[in-house]
Ligand binder design. Structure first.
Ligand SMILES: [Zn+2]
Length: 255
C-alpha cells in the first residue's frame, strides 16, 4: 500500500528532535510521497532543503492567511523564484481564515487575490486554506476560475460548497478531522464527492486523527484517516490509498 500525504509541515519545530529519523522511516510505513508546505518566507529555505535531500518529498510555498499582515510585494517575487525550482510544485497554502482572524480580513483578501493571480501567471496549482470564510472565498475564486487548479486543503465546509469547488476543477483533501466525533460535515463530504477528486493529507504536526488525538501528528498516521474514509465509502483502504496517491500526482503534475 502507498500513500501520498498531500499536506505536511515537516519543518515545524515539533519535528526538530527526530525529523531525519522520522522522514527516513516513512517509506517503510507506506508513505511514499509528501507535499511539504512552507507557510512563509522564513520556512521556505528549510522546505527547499528537505525537498533536495529526499526524492519523495516535494515542496510548496505561499503566504498563509495568518501572516497576510506581514506580506509584501517582494514576497511575491520570492515565491515566483521558488516556483522555478524543480521540487516546488504548488503555491500555497493561501486563503482566508476568519476563525483566527490573525490578519485583518481585507488584508487577507488582498494577498489571497494577488497570490491567485501569481499562480495563474506561473501556471502552477494552488493549495487553499479556507476557514469560516467560504462566502468571501467563493467571490475571490470565481474571479480566478479560468485555469484554476489546486486543492481545497483540510476541507471543513458543506457538501454544497464542495460541489462549487469541484465545478471549478479543484480537488478536496481530508485529514485527521474526519475522524473526530463532531466532524459530521467533513465526513459527509468525504463519503460523497467523486473519488477522482479526493486527496488524503495529515496537516502534521496538527490535526492528529483519533485514536491519537492530542499527540503530535506525522505522515505515518495517515492510515487512520484513510481507514475512516474507506469505511464511509464502503471500499478497501488499499484501493483508496492507490486512487488518492494517483490523484495527488495528477494535481501536482508529478509524472
Ligand atoms: Zn497547513
Amino acid at each position: 500500500m502507498r500513500f501520498f500525504d498531500t499536506h505536511a509541515h515537516l519543518n515545524d519545530a515539533r519535528f526538530d528532535e527526530d525529523r531525519e529519523a522520522l522522514i527516513e522511516s516513512l517509506p517503510s510505513k507506506d508513505i511514499h510521497l509528501v507535499m511539504n508546505v512552507a507557510c512563509d518566507m522564513q520556512e521556505a529555505p528549510k522546505v527547499k532543503a528537505l525537498s533536495e535531500k529526499y526524492d519523495f518529498i516535494y515542496a510548496a510555498v505561499g503566504m498563509h492567511p495568518h501572516v497576510a499582515g506581514e506580506t509584501s510585494l517582494s514576497d511575491l517575487d520570492a515565491i515566483a523564484r521558488y516556483m522555478e525550482h524543480e521540487k516546488f510544485l504548488a503555491l500555497g497554502e493561501i486563503g482566508l481564515d476568519y476563525y483566527y482572524d490573525f490578519s485583518p480580513r481585507e488584508v487577507q483578501q488582498k494577498w489571497f487575490d494577488a497570490q491567485l493571480s501569481l499562480a495563474k501567471q506561473l501556471d502552477v496549482p494552488v493549495i487553499l486554506h479556507i476557514r469560516d470564510a467560504f462566502g468571501d472565498c467563493l467571490d475571490i475564486l470565481k474571479a480566478h476560475k479560468d485555469g484554476l487548479r489546486g486543492v481545497m486543503h483540510c476541507y471543513s465546509g458543506s457538501y454544497e460548497f464542495a460541489k462549487l469547488c469541484l465545478d471549478m476543477g479543484l480537488y478536496i483533501a481530508f485529514g485527521g478531522a474526519v475522524t473526530f466525533k463532531n466532524a459530521v460535515k467533513p465526513a459527509e463530504v468525504a463519503a460523497k464527492i467523486p473519488l477522482e477528486r479526493l486527496l488524503l493529507e495529515t496537516d502534521c504536526p496538527y490535526m492528529t486523527p483519533v485514536p491519537l488525538r492530542g499527540k503530535r501528528n506525522d505522515p505515518s498516521l495517515m492510515r487512520y484517516t484513510a481507514e475512516k474514509i474507506a469505511a464511509l465509502r464502503n471500499m478497501e483502504v488499499e484501493e483508496l490509498a492507490e486512487i488518492t496517491f494517483q490523484n495527488g500526482k495528477q494535481v501536482f503534475g508529478i509524472l
